[in-house]
Structures are given as structure tokens and as C-alpha cells.
Design a protein. Structure first.
Lengths: 257, 167
């Protein structure tokens, strides 16, 4: 990919560079990537130069054709949402993504900002790649790490997660995805509530009791009175003691709200 | 001595609900790496380990299942273990974390075939219990501050930072 003008040059050219906004790097490659940033928050000149260099380094994932959209590290994660220019990851990106995810899977705790930005910038294509990876023979710990990553990149991952849940994932994967959804901020899920409600209704009748327990725990996403109705319906059908406990627990929490 | 392994559904290991395919999927390790387990001498330690493990790995308190593999079972299949403190920042997890060596696909299939005869113990810790016990772990003399540090930055565990309610 040829870049006609470096982002640094473009940014330095503009006289309004302290104004917040969205910049297309080059009209010819505008569909290929966009650099979205709030330039007003950069601060003093030394920082400005460093930040701009940082953007340059992130325009393309080294050694691949995968474009990289970047937002500044201090921006709230929700702001990472950009128009996903890519629905699938090119084959050339596979080795790098595998290397990247292997490093992340071996860790624990909060997902670091650079990882959140990296995967967010891949758009829904990146999320779908992660979801496909969850179909491989992974341990629970690896599954959870990917689920955590999907939660952290919710701006691009919620739609693919819901699509996967609407299909027929393995019980382990279904649990991990329900867990990932549960940890996403309710505000970010608001537009998906009818879809989520339909998904949870289905998973509350899943043959695996561990999945039903997880679905019960995810009911918190749904606002009342729908959530209470779902829980009461499930309670009338449920026979497993552990799941009944989980449903009652959620119902009790509702009554305290 | 037993080895604790977190699983998706502990009931898949119990008779008569034993599910061979699921059991095998639970015990597979990624890309041939050793299987990660925790060595526990008793059920009380197992319960503590799984709570701290959940605090380390999960975004928020939610149900978690585990099974206990008897040491004799591993010996039967010539599987050895080695302690691996790794980068785990909690004293109890550091002490108990082990890796099972030599668990290739062939051995795994035989081991899973043998599981029903061992009466594998498993347990599900419900969300409410996990929430309460996580609070206890934060006040534990063995690794309380480290347990609290494990959940730092994850909003689902924020309740642990708040002082306990007055009766």
C-alpha cells in the first residue's frame, strides 16, 4: 500500500490541528483506513512529535496488508469504535495475529491498552478472527483471555459475539461469550437489547446446565420487566439445583433494585 | 494429594453424567504445552485456590467449576508434575501451581477412558459464594493484598474495594 503523504506531514500541514476531528489520511486510501483522533489533547510540542510518530508506526501492521486505525491511548475505549473497513483478515496477517494472541493468552488480569487498540483497530474482522480461534482446542484459561479481549474491544466485538451466539457454538465457547457480554458496559449494549433477550431466552434452555447458569448470570444485561419475566419463565422449567440457585440469585438481585 | 483443574462443567466428569468428549476437551492443553493445574492437599485449599484463580482470570464474579484429579490417577499413566510459580502474583497460587508433563493425545484418550472408574470429584462455586469468598480472600493473612491487586482495574470486582457494610 502506497501512502501518498505521511500522516505526520499531513497533520503538520494543517493549521487547525489543535481542533478535535476525524482525519482521513489520504483521499485515495480513505476506505483503507482512517486516523481518528482528538488532536486538541496533545499538549506540548515534544509530546506532539512523539504522538505523531506513534501514529505513523501504527498505520500498518508490520509485514502485513492489514490497515491499522489508531486512537490515542487515553481516549475512552468506546471511542475506539470506527467504521470497520475490513470484514475479514487477510491470510498474510495470520502469523502475526497468532503470535500476538499467544502472548496475550499467557497473561492474566486487565487487558493492556496497546492490545485493546491493536484488536479494536482490526474492526469486526479482528473480532471474528478471535471468535474463530475460540473454536480451536484451547484450555479454559485461553478461552477466558480471548473472552476478556472481546469484552475490552466491545466497540467492534459485540455484533460478532451476538452472531456467534445466534449460531450453535460449543458449550464452552457459549459460556465464555456470555461471560464476555456480561462484562460489557450496559450502555454499549443498549441498542442490542432485543437481540440479547432472544439469545438469553434460548440459552436458558440450553442442554448444558453450566451454560444455563452462565445465561442466568447474564440476565443483568436486560432491563426489567423483561429480565424478571425471563427468569420466572426459566424457573418454571428448570430442574437442575445449581441453575435454580443461579436463577433465584438473579431474581433476588432484581428485587433489591 | 489432588490436582485442581478449572473446567467448564464439573458434572461432565461425574457418574452417571460422564461425557467423554467434553471431558477430553477440558483436559487438553494448548499447542502441546503442559497442562496447568494446582496441587491441593485438601478441599479447603481447593476452595481457596479456585476463588483466587477466578479473581485472577475472570472479568467479574460468576460461577466457576473445578475438578480434582487424584495423584494416583496421574501416576497410573506415568504422568509427572513440576511446580511452576510462573508470573502468578499471589503466594497461594504460586505455591500450588503445577504443570502436568507428558500428557499427549494418546495418553489423554486413555486417561479419559479411565476417568469414570475414579469417581472424580468436582464442584461448582456459585456466583454469590464467589463474591463473598473473594471478599474473605482480600482479608486473608496469606495473600490478602495480593488478592486485591489481582482484580485491580476490572469494574466487576469493584465491590471488593468498598468497606464492608455496617450491620
Amino acid at each position: 500500500m502506497a501512502i501518498a503523504d505521511s500522516p505526520k506531514t499531513q497533520l503538520m500541514r494543517t493549521r487547525t490541528w489543535k481542533t478535535a476531528g476525524t482525519y482521513s489520511i489520504d483521499p485515495k486510501t480513505a476506505n483503507y483506513f482512517q486516523l481518528k483522533t482528538d488532536l486538541g489533547a496533545f499538549g506540548e510540542s515534544a509530546t506532539q512529535v512523539n504522538r505523531i510518530k506513534d501514529f505513523e508506526a501504527c498505520i500498518r501492521i508490520p509485514g502485513t496488508d492489514i490497515p491499522f486505525r489508531r486512537t490515542k491511548a487515553t481516549e475512552p475505549r468506546a471511542a475506539v469504535i470506527t467504521n470497520a473497513a475490513h470484514s475479514t483478515i487477510p491470510k498474510s496477517g495470520e502469523p502475526l495475529l497468532r503470535e500476538r494472541i499467544a502472548t496475550l493468552e499467557s497473561g492474566s488480569g486487565i487487558i493492556a491498552d496497546p492490545d485493546v487498540l491493536f484488536w479494536s483497530n482490526l474492526g469486526e474482522g479482528g473480532a471474528r478472527w478471535l471468535l474463530a480461534r475460540m473454536n480451536e482446542r484451547l484450555g479454559m484459561r485461553q478461552l477466558w483471555r480471548i473472552a476478556d479481549l472481546l469484552t475490552a474491544t466491545y466497540g467492534v466485538s459485540v455484533n460478532p459475539i451476538l452472531s456467534d451466539l445466534e449460531a450453535v457454538p460449543s458449550p464452552r465457547k457459549a459460556s465464555a461469550l456470555l461471560s464476555a457480554l456480561t462484562a460489557v458496559s450496559p450502555a454499549a449494549l443498549r441498542q442490542f437489547i432485543p437481540r440479547i433477550e432472544s439469545i438469553l431466552r434460548r440459552y436458558l434452555g440450553h442442554p448444558d446446565d453450566a451454560v444455563r447458569s452462565q445465561a442466568a448470570g447474564a440476565i443483568g444485561i436486560i432491563p426489567d420487566p423483561s429480565a424478571t419475566v425471563l427468569l420466572r419463565d426459566a424457573l418454571t422449567r428448570e430442574t437442575d439445583d445449581d441453575v435454580i440457585g443461579a436463577l433465584e440469585e438473579e431474581l433476588a438481585q432484581r428485587s433489591h433494585l | 494429594m489432588h490436582y485442581l483443574r478449572e473446567v467448564h462443567n464439573c458434572k461432565h466428569f461425574r457418574n452417571p453424567d460422564f461425557n467423554r468428549e467434553s471431558a477430553e476437551a477440558e483436559l487438553v492443553s494448548r499447542d502441546g504445552t503442559p497442562l496447568s493445574v494446582y496441587q491441593v492437599p485438601d478441599i479447603a485449599t481447593a476452595d481457596r485456590v479456585i476463588i483466587i484463580y477466578a479473581m485472577r482470570m475472570k472479568q467479574q464474579p460468576e460461577k466457576i467449576d473445578y475438578i480434582l484429579l487424584p495423584e494416583a490417577l496421574l501416576r497410573k499413566f506415568n504422568l509427572s508434575t513440576r511446580q511452576d510459580p510462573g508470573d502468578i502474583r499471589h503466594p497461594l497460587l504460586q505455591r500450588t501451581h503445577h504443570e502436568i508433563l507428558g500428557l499427549n493425545v494418546n495418553v489423554l484418550e486413555k486417561l479419559v477412558d479411565d476417568l469414570p472408574s475414579w469417581g472424580i470429584q468436582g464442584r461448582r462455586v456459585p456466583k454469590s459464594e464467589l463474591r463473598d469468598k473473594a471478599q474473605e480472600e482480600c482479608n486473608h493473612s496469606d495473600g490478602g493484598p495480593e488478592a486485591l491487586a489481582l482484580v485491580a482495574g476490572r469494574p466487576g470486582w469493584d465491590y471488593l474495594q468498598q468497606p464492608p457494610r455496617q450491620p
